[in-house]
Design a protein around this ligand. Structure first.
Ligand SMILES: Cc1cc2nc3c(=O)[nH]c(=O)nc-3n(C[C@H](O)[C@H](O)[C@H](O)COP(=O)(O)OP(=O)(O)OC[C@H]3O[C@@H](n4cnc5c(N)ncnc54)[C@H](O)[C@@H]3O)c2cc1C
Length: 268
């Protein structure tokens, strides 16, 4: 195997702290928010760069979204990726996770496949975590989710990943090619390589594909390809904090505290 070809699925999201909720429609108003690369996708890209440093090969960035995503893909090229593809077409608009994963899987096939697809675990705006498993299903590839560490046995074409769970972790192995989704913060994404800056920003081609370029069936794309419908939205009640000041000597305060805590604690 000459080197790994990794495709990193990278989504551009609005900065969460700048997104507001429209009080009338209760939908997200992203209009005034600046954008950034989804945090987990930066971790996925760093994991891919780390594999490239170790095993050689190349990295392709793939994204589905509007034209303003392009400069963000160039930042990925400046970090060390080798090529970038943006799937951008009005036909892709309004896609739910089924249509998004279908479109990205079609992009991966059109790129010519790869050894490894790396995604973030979830996006900060949609946050369903459904797209990576969807890609794996459309491509009929094995998938590992919640990944916090990756190791490749290149000769055997075997990948070993650590899955981070609430109660610990699992080590899972699978043959390449496969799809992984990585957890937020598993590594420290590197700074841009300023020696690549000019190439990445001005010379490197970012290939833009429409649905027609790939001959995709519009019935699977965007709104027509999205069976999910939002029937209603509601505000989650915010937790009410209750504060109480205890008074007395330290012993009396400790006794009062104990009386309040005792009903909440089950002693075995
Ligand atoms: C019911 C419903 C209705 C929606 N309606 C709209 C709408 O009308 N308009 C709209 O703009 N959005 C809409 N969305 C959001 C849109 O469908 C999602 O942003 C998109 O499907 C990706 O899902 P996610 O953000 O939950 O991805 P997740 O599954 O949480 O993302 C996981 C990983 O998948 C990869 N990934 C996800 N999306 C992309 C992408 N576009 N390009 C590259 N990689 C990607 C990234 O690596 C990411 O870290 C809707 C979502 C739902 C659930």
């Amino acid at each position: 195997m000459p080197g790994l070809h990794t495709i990193v699925c990278l989504k551009v999201v609005p900065k969460s702290e700048e997104v507001s909720v429209d009080p009338e429609t209760r939908t997200l108003d992203r209009g005034n928010a600046r954008s950034e690369i989804n945090g987990q996708d930066m971790n996925a890209l760093e994991a891919a760069l780390d594999l490239k440093d170790t095993y050689g090969g190349r990295i392709t960035i793939l994204s589905m979204g509007p034209p303003f995503f392009e400069p963000f893909l160039r930042l990925g090229l400046a970090m060390g990726a080798d090529a970038a593809y943006l799937m951008s077409d009005r036909a892709f608009g309004g896609a739910d996770t089924l249509a998004t994963s279908y479109t990205l899987a079609a992009g991966i096939k059109a790129i010519g496949g790869c050894d490894l697809v790396l995604c973030g675990e979830e996006s900060s705006d949609g946050a369903t975590a459904q797209v990576p498993p969807g890609i794996a299903e459309w491509l009929d590839l094995p998938q590992i989710t919640y990944v916090s560490r990756v190791q490749v046995m290149k000769k055997a074409r075997l990948l070993r990943a650590r899955r981070q769970l609430q109660s610990g972790y699992e080590m899972v192995e699978t043959l390449l090619p496969c799809v992984l989704s990585v957890k937020l913060g598993i590594n420290e994404p590197r700074f841009l390589d300023f020696q690549r800056w000019e190439w990445a920003m001005e010379e490197a081609p970012v290939t833009v594909w429409t649905a027609a370029d790939l001959g995709l069936d519009e019935g699977y794309l965007g709104l027509p390809g999205s069976p999910t419908a939002v029937s209603s939205v509601g505000a989650a009640p915010s937790a009410q904090r209750r504060g109480e000041f205890l008074s007395g000597t330290p012993q009396e305060e400790a006794q009062q505290l104990l009386e309040r805590i005792r009903p909440l604690v089950r002693l075995s």
